[in-house]
Design a protein around this ligand. Structure first.
Ligand code: ATP
Length: 260
């Protein structure tokens, strides 16, 4: 389990205007943080910074007290477009990071691990030798989750992972992610970027809203696990409907303010 501390973070892409400004966010180990905000506000950029794919212009990101200096095997990443190499079999895609983290593992051990991971995300072992293009979008995203989890990273970063999927596949994968996170092992610290307020309410133990660029955190709330509504009860739970409206207002008001 990892604690993530973001302090006084500003970020600009080279030669561009400031995207993130004054981000402060302390995340306890095992929290499931959903990041909401209008298109272009910098959600993916924040995730890329935590992944170590970009460096803060000002401020810091610490993992258990050590600054993030680059990408690392302690953080698994899942992108909307699956992030699988199209020329490699599913099995090879899944074991790629494992080959770096555990170079001593034999081919047989790698294959066993890849099969275990496929079963873990609800796929059958026959998928192992298929190319990504031979799988449906939902199956590819299951493989991408298996790939990110193969090395058992304590931090999982998910950037709109279900944005391209139909609503039924999306619901199944949301349930899968919740089950994997809430299972018997140590809980991973998850950052999950989404546009969808309902997805955030169903998944997150915490919901953070970013404002318009240069973005800072304009809303931050914890969700009480004990009273969390299910997919079936979400629209009948008054407290959550109020929170849903509040989140939509925060996102939309902030945009209209900027447009006036
Ligand atoms: N590599 C880059 N170079 C320069 N500017 C970039 C780069 N990537 C993103 N941006 C800009 O940074 C801002 C934030 O982009 P980002 O993708 O982080 O937002 P987002 O909230 O994730 O958007 P969306 O919800 O539409 O995916 C945008 O103005 C975008 O154009």
């Amino acid at each position: 389990m990892k604690r993530v501390d973001i302090k006084g973070l500003d970020f600009s892409y080279a030669g561009s205007k400031c995207v993130l400004s004054g981000i402060d966010l302390d995340v306890d180990p095992g929290e499931f943080v959903c990041i909401l905000g209008h298109s272009g506000c910098g959600k993916s950029t924040l995730l890329r910074l935590i992944a170590g794919l970009e460096q803060p212009t000002v401020g810091s990101i610490m993992l258990d007290g050590s600054p993030v200096m680059g990408a690392g095997l302690d953080r698994g990443v899942v992108f909307q477009d699956y992030g699988l190499y199209p020329w490699m079999s599913t099995g090879k895609n899944i074991t790629l990071a494992l080959e770096q983290s555990s170079p001593e593992m034999s081919r047989t051990a790698l294959k066993i691990r890849a099969t275990e991971m496929l079963l873990h995300v609800g796929l059958t072992p026959d998928v192992l030798n298929k190319l990504p293009k031979e799988l449906s979008g939902g199956m590819q995203q299951r493989c991408a989750i298996a790939q990110a989890l193969a090395i058992d990273p304590p931090v999982l970063l998910m950037d709109e992972p279900f944005g391209a999927l139909d609503s039924i596949t999306r619901a199944k994968l949301q349930d899968l992610v919740r089950r994997l996170w809430g299972g018997s092992g140590e809980r991973k610290t998850v950052f999950f970027v989404t546009h969808d307020v309902d997805e955030a309410l169903l998944l997150g133990t915490r919901i953070v809203v970013l404002g318009q660029t240069p973005s800072s955190v304009i809303y931050d709330t914890h969700i009480d696990e004990a009273n969390r509504p299910t997919r079936q009860t979400l629209f009948r739970n008054e407290r959550f409907l109020d929170l849903r409206n509040e989140l939509l207002e925060k996102i939309n008001d902030n945009v209209s303010e900027r447009m006036e």
